[in-house]
Design a protein around this ligand. Structure first.
Ligand code: SF4
Length: 631
């Protein structure tokens, strides 16, 4: 099993500073990346601890990372969610996964907590804990700068936390270098409670692959096909920002408006947030290590409102969540809000949801409009920039909001719960849930709470033809946004595919999402084979995805009690239709959602009444160990 893998899983206990290595052979069934991270997590009893410092966190990369296969760059993180109480996975780009693997490790498991701040340093297949007293309190760009100064080497990358995580903000995330966020579960607060500022990896070791000639050939073919894919060329040209935010490439993509009250904005109101408005400030394109698509923008803005802003990594969710969902129309304000989220290590989607919640609370008199620090709770107000600072530092109103929408609503009471746009307690920042049915179902059923990077396919956004839908997915309605037909099954399949892609370490933007032709499971199995020498069929690969998704679902049930009753959108999406535009009157239909939920569970082999895997199903899937009372 040495081909394609670095060969080692590192286990670090921060309490007693014990560091041990395990052979990756021990986990041979579990591919790597998200699949491996989820399995390891499920085996650690302290996962059920209520104390984030005592909970484990796993960082893992897949077998295709660092092999030279295009876009084999992604890193998975798995831990207990500080927001939902269940588990979450993050999948993040940047250089870290490649560097970690080249430094000698396929996965790092962190347990316990350190009495004083440390960082974990990986290089040359050795690991060392180093004092991080001098790094504690630094924002992400200063952390990067400081590490670059200490290790004058270009081969360094880190995954770490900013001040928000250090201070225990539930909606904090991990950052890979300056521009890549691993969000969704408050992972920043976990590392903060552990006293672990970062994992730093320096690596340039060549990774052995099984068939280097075959791999080079396949890589060449993939690059050629990617260069000729209309969808991926659009991604190269516009990034996700230009593709799907502020109206997107066709000026028709819906957005979230003022705490999900609507999905429609007139085009003149979208204009300040469109990608072309930012283009004059673009100084470079950026991306993950070795990726030719380079879907990220680097901006340098001489802003009179905020001073010079040097921002990178703004994806569609920042534009939607920090722009239209908060009523922010000022181009520079959106960029500054995004920049501050990255600097403090805050999860953009969660920040969007909790500020939108606060603004609606102010509209209904639950919160005062005027807040300390000259924060004015008004849609689109410039002082929302100050509010993000307060969330990052956990001061003023930011202290309450740093706990996320659900917790803030619980504490505020006074009817504020009806302004809390959450699924499984996780704040929602989404733009097409009324109008795009499979998209919505993917978010509703997400094991980590909300979020479309799981079961939500791009088929509706891409409007794939009935012929392509039938040929590739066996569903001629796959590209029809307003149709529920076959969408439950499509979403369940997409959930499994996404778990496969995350486990291999590939970037989902190319492999299967924006261009379905790169999500062919037999082809993915061939890539796995040339890298590792391990023969597996596309069907078996999909079964690994199903296993991963099932473990995550079951852990959500065991830890937080999540089941079918929790697979529900905010009621606003049923009751308040889109006001105008191409999707005027669109809303979710309760009966149809329930019908497709049943189809979703049935495809996965879960019980349709409870939405949970039965004991028998867990045993069939080789997951019987989950039934032991270890958590
Ligand atoms: S497409 Fe974007 S996110 Fe994916 S690997 Fe390339 S630069 Fe990274």
């Amino acid at each position: 099993m040495s081909y394609g893998y670095a060969g080692k899983v590192l286990r670090v206990n921060l309490t007693d500073k014990n560091i041990i290595e395990e052979s990756i052979e021990k986990y041979s069934h579990w591919i790597g990346g998200r699949c491996l991270a989820t399995l390891i997590l499920s085996q650690i009893p302290s996962l059920s601890s209520e104390e984030p410092g005592d909970q484990p966190l796993v960082v893992s990369v897949g077998p295709l990372v660092g092999t030279g296969i295009p876009l084999g760059v992604r890193t998975s993180v798995a831990a207990r969610s500080q927001i939902s109480g269940g588990v979450f996975y993050s999948n993040v780009g940047g250089d870290f996964g490649t560097r970690m693997k080249m430094a000698g490790y396929d996965a790092v498991v962190v347990e316990g907590k350190s009495e004083s701040p440390v960082y974990l340093f990986l290089k040359g297949a050795t690991a060392e804990l180093i004092s991080a007293e001098y790094l504690w309190g630094l924002r992400i760009s200063d952390l990067q700068q400081s590490l670059y100064e200490k290790y004058t080497d270009n081969d360094l990358s880190f995954i770490g936390i900013g001040p928000a995580g250090e201070r225990g903000a539930t909606i904090s995330c991990l950052m890979v270098d300056q521009a890549h966020a691993a969000g969704w579960g408050g992972s920043g607060a976990i590392l903060g409670a552990k006293g672990l500022k970062a994992i730093v990896a320096m690596g340039d070791r060549q990774l052995p692959v099984f068939d280097s000639e075959g791999l080079a050939q396949k890589s060449q073919q993939l690059i050629w096909r990617m260069n000729n894919s209309e969808a991926l060329m659009t991604l190269t040209r516009l990034g996700t920002h230009g593709m799907v935010a502020a109206g997107g490439h066709n000026k028709k993509v819906p957005t979230s408006v003022n705490n999900l009250k609507d999905e429609f904005l007139p085009s003149d109101e979208n204009l300040p947030l469109r990608e072309e408005t930012y283009r004059p400030w673009e100084v470079a394109r950026s991306g993950c290590i070795g990726c030719g698509i380079r879907c990220l923008h680097k901006y340098d803005v001489p802003s009179e409102r905020h001073g010079n802003i040097k921002a990178e990594g703004m994806h569609a969710n920042s534009v939607r969540g920090l722009g239209t969902n908060l009523g922010v129309q000022n181009t520079e304000d959106v960029l500054m809000l995004h920049y501050l989220c990255n600097e403090y290590g805050l999860d953009v989607d969660a920040v969007s949801a909790v500020i939108a919640f606060a603004l609606e609370c102010a509209d209904h008199g639950v919160l005062e409009r005027s807040q300390p620090g000259e924060v004015h709770l008004q849609w689109g107000d410039r002082s929302l920039v100050e509010l993000v600072r307060q969330i990052g530092e956990r001061i003023g109103l930011g202290e309450l909001l740093s706990e996320g929408v659900h917790e803030a609503a619980q504490k505020l009471g006074s009817g504020s719960e009806s302004f809390a746009m959450t699924i499984k307690k996780v704040g929602v920042n989404e733009g097409s849930m009324r109008s795009h049915k499979a998209w919505a179902l993917g978010i509703i059923t997400s094991t980590r709470g909300a979020g479309h990077l799981g079961g939500s396919p791009q088929t509706e956004n891409r409007r794939i033809s009935a012929e392509a839908g039938q040929r590739i997915l066996g569903n001629p309605s796959a590209g029809v946004p307003d149709s529920y037909e076959g969408k439950g099954k499509l979403v369940a399949w997409t959930d499994c595919l996404k778990a496969v892609i995350d486990s291999l370490g590939l970037c989902y933007f190319a492999y299967g999402w924006y261009d379905l032709s790169f999500g062919n499971l037999d082809e993915l199995a061939e890539l796995f084979y040339v890298a590792t020498g391990i023969k597996i069929s596309g069907k078996d690969l999909l079964e690994r995805g199903l296993q991963t998704h099932t473990v995550e679902r079951y852990l959500g049930y065991r830890l937080a009690g999540f089941s079918r009753k929790d697979d529900q959108p905010p009621v606003r999406l049923y009751d308040v239709p889109v006001s105008a535009g191409e999707y005027q009157d669109a809303h979710l239909d309760r009966e149809m959602v329930e019908r497709e939920l049943e189809a979703y569970y049935a495809y996965l082999g879960w019980d349709v009444e409870t939405g949970l895997p039965t004991e028998g199903r867990l045993i069939d899937l080789g997951l019987g160990s989950l039934l032991e009372d270890t958590l």
